[in-house]
Design a protein around this ligand. Structure first.
Ligand code: 1GP
Length: 258
């Protein structure tokens, strides 16, 4: 297990808070985290307040905010979240339109499963000056799409193919390459609203071949699915659709992390 570098600890102390430090520490302690994805377009003010109440009760570690297309203001959504709770909010941007300096940080996604240069470096070049000026925490994230049985918005919008779920060797090599290139976490994505979660044997093979934290999301709707994904090796799971359909499921699924 790699040690947390000293300069990283110093940085954390200087800024008081680092989500990446928390994630690494939790992984080292073999703990688990459940994260809530909020897509502003899927909510009105009332539904947002309702899921925030459940997120607080469920001890959700942090909130991701974003979507493939958002017509609503990320800024307003984050302001509302900040008024209602103190859970850290990280951008999970589907596009440059979703950058916002009200967030605590950003998962800076490199879409490693695709071969679209805009999602590997192009958009990052446009975003870098804004992100630097905002002072938000940046978590370089190797983002890997895995086929979960239906075409997803992220596939369509990014104009990329997911890795077939019966090709774990490709997923493993992709995650390994991401770690070698300096990504700080790997996110295996089945796509929001996926029919089911990512194949657990693929998750286990990826986990066995990387040392950085592993996030898994897409199609996780129940306590048992969440348990299976954690048992396969995820350090963090992301739930979005389950919370939209039934806000009370947040508490149920969050209980798998304890
Ligand atoms: C999508 O992984 C997240 O980016 C969450 O997926 O909406 O299916 O929970 P769901």
């Amino acid at each position: 297990m790699p040690a947390i570098p000293n300069d990283f600890i110093l940085l954390t102390i200087a800024n008081n808070y680092s989500m990446l430090y928390d994630i690494i520490k939790i992984k080292q302690n073999k703990e688990k985290q459940v994260v809530l994805l909020i897509d502003p377009d899927k909510h009105n003010e009332l539904s947002l307040v309702t899921i925030l109440q459940q997120a607080v009760l469920g001890n959700i570690s942090f909130i991701l905010i974003g979507g493939s297309i958002t017509s609503k203001s990320i800024n307003e959504c984050i302001s509302l979240i900040k008024k209602r709770c103190s859970i850290p909010v990280f951008l999970f941007p589907g596009s440059l339109m979703q950058l916002c300096d009200q967030a605590d940080g950003i998962l800076l996604l490199s879409l490693l499963s695709g071969r679209n240069a805009d999602f590997l470096i192009g958009n990052h070049v446009h975003a870098a000056p804004f992100i630097k000026r905002s002072g938000m925490e940046v978590i370089p994230t190797g983002y890997i799409l895995i086929d979960c049985g239906k075409r997803t918005s992220v596939e369509y919008i990014s104009n990329t193919f997911p890795i077939p779920s019966n090709k774990p060797d490709i997923a493993v090599a992709t995650a390994m390459a991401g770690e070698m290139l300096g990504q700080k976490i790997i996110y295996l994505e089945g796509g929001s609203g996926a029919i089911t979660n990512i194949n657990t044997s693929l998750i286990a093979e990826v986990k066995a071949n990387i040392t950085i934290p592993l996030i898994v999301g897409g199609g996780i709707r129940t306590y048992n699915q969440a348990k299976d994904v954690f048992n396969a090796g995820a350090d963090i799971i992301v739930i979005g659709t389950a919370a939209e359909i039934n806000p009370a499921s947040i508490i149920d699924i969050a209980a798998t992390a304890r």
